[in-house]
Design a protein around this ligand. Structure first.
Ligand SMILES: NC(=O)c1ccc[n+]([C@@H]2O[C@H](COP(=O)([O-])OP(=O)(O)OC[C@H]3O[C@@H](n4cnc5c(N)ncnc54)[C@H](OP(=O)(O)O)[C@@H]3O)[C@@H](O)[C@H]2O)c1
Length: 300
C-alpha cells in the first residue's frame, strides 16, 4: 500500500527538495503559507500555523503515515527581529501538530537545528545538554520538547545549516552567495560563527531513510565533517569556482559573547557530531570538497 507523507512547510527550501524526493515512493501532501509551489505528483494544501484548528483539520483529512515538520525560517538574525512569528511557527505550531498526531499512529519528524546549543565548544553530541544562545534556538528547543513529550512515534533531526539552490520563490544562502559573486557584489558574513554545513542532497536522502525506517523516539544530529565559518565557506566557494574571494566582507556573529585573551570576539562553534546517525543509517560522512563537486554541476 502506498504510504502518505505530509510535509508541513513543504513550500520552503527543504520542503521543496523533500517533496521532489519523496513523491517517488509516497503520496505526498505539502503545506504552504504564502507561497504556493506546484510540483507534479505532490498535492499542495494551504495552512497558516497561526490558525491552530487548521492542523487538526488537515491531519484529519490527509491521515498521513508520516508528518515532517519543516516549517519556519532558519535565519537566526531574522528570528531576533521577529520573535512572535518565530515562536508561533517553531514552538506553538509544533505543539498543535504534536497534540493531533498523539491521537493517531502518525510518525512525526521535527527538523531542528544546531542553535539549540550555545556554541561554547562545538562538535555537539545528542547527549550534550541543549542551552540555546539565541531566540531561534530557544524556540526550536521548545518545539522539540512538545514533540518529545506528546508524540509516541517521533524523531528530532538537528541539522547544521543546509546548502543548496532554492525553489525560485525565496533565495537560499547559497543562491545569494552565487548571485552576489557572479555580479561582483560584496557580501558581509560572520567570520567567527562555525558550522558543519551539509548539502541539501544528503539531507533529503537522510530524511528519506528516516521516513522509510523504523527507528523512533530518538534525537539525531546531522552535519558535514568540515567545520568552518560562513566567511571561510564563502571564500572557499569563491576560490573553487573562480570568483573573487575579496568580495566577502567580515562581521562578528551576533551570537558571540565576550572576547578572547587577545581581545578578539569569542568564536561560536555550533558544529554537530553526526556519528550516531551515520552509524544508525550506515551512510558516509560528508567532506566540503564533495559538496562543492555537487554544486559544480549547478553553479549557474
Ligand atoms: N535551511 C537550513 O539550513 C536549516 C538547517 C537546520 C534546520 N532547518 C529547519 O528546517 C525547517 C525548514 O527550513 P527552510 O530553510 O526550508 O525554511 P524556508 O525555506 O524559510 O521555508 C519555511 C516553510 O515554512 C512555511 N511557513 C513559515 N511561516 C509559516 C506560517 N506562519 N504558517 C504556515 N507556514 C509557514 C513557509 O511557507 P511559505 O513560504 O509558503 O509562506 C515554508 O513552507 C525550519 O524549521 C528550519 O529551522 C533548516
Amino acid at each position: 500500500m502506498i504510504r502518505t507523507v505530509l510535509i508541513i512547510g513543504g513550500s520552503g527550501f527543504i520542503g521543496t527538495h523533500l517533496s521532489l524526493k519523496l513523491r517517488e515512493g509516497f503520496k505526498v501532501f505539502s503545506t504552504f503559507g504564502r507561497n504556493l509551489v506546484r510540483i507534479p505528483g505532490v498535492t499542495p494544501i494551504p495552512m497558516r500555523l497561526e490558525n491552530r484548528s487548521s492542523g487538526r483539520q488537515i491531519l484529519g483529512l490527509v491521515k498521513p503515515d508520516v508528518v515532517i515538520y519543516a516549517a519556519g525560517s532558519n535565519d537566526v538574525e531574522w528570528s531576533e527581529r521577529n520573535p512572535k512569528e518565530t515562536e508561533k511557527v517553531h514552538t506553538a505550531g509544533a505543539g498543535s501538530v504534536s497534540m493531533v498526531s498523539e491521537l493517531s499512529t502518525s510518525r512525526l519528524i521535527y527538523l531542528s537545528n544546531s542553535y539549540v546549543f550555545d556554541g561554547g565548544r562545538g562538535n555537539f553530541h545528542e547527549t550534550d545538554v541543549a542551552l540555546p544562545g539565541s531566540y531561534l534556538g530557544k524556540c526550536k528547543l521548545g518545539g522539540e520538547n512538545f514533540i518529545r513529550g506528546k508524540s509516541v512515534n517521533h524523531l528530532v533531526l538537528r541539522l547544521s545549516p543546509v546548502l543548496g539552490r532554492g525553489n525560485g520563490l525565496q533565495l537560499t544562502f547559497f543562491d545569494q552567495l552565487r548571485i552576489a559573486l557572479s555580479r561582483g557584489q560584496r557580501l558581509t558574513l560572520s567570520s567567527n560563527e562555525i558550522h558543519s554545513f551539509v548539502p541539501i542532497t544528503t539531507v533529503v536522502d537522510v530524511i528519506g531513510r528516516l521516513v522509510e525506517g523504523s527507528i523512533k523516539n530518538r534525537v539525531f544530529h546531522y552535519g558535514g565533517l568540515t567545520k568552518l565559518s560562513w566567511v571561510d565557506l564563502a571564500r572557499r566557494f569563491a576560490k573553487r569556482f573562480g570568483f573573487d574571494p575579496g568580495l566577502i566582507m567580515t562581521k562578528n556573529s551576533m551570537l558571540s559573547k565576550g572576547v578572547t585573551e587577545d581581545g578578539q570576539p569569542r568564536p561560536v562553534d555550533l558544529s554537530l557530531n553526526s556519528t550516531q546517525l551515520i552509524e544508525s543509517l550506515k551512510i558516509k560522512p560528508f567532506e566540503l570538497e564533495e559538496m562543492f563537486s555537487i554544486f559544480g554541476e549547478s553553479r549557474n
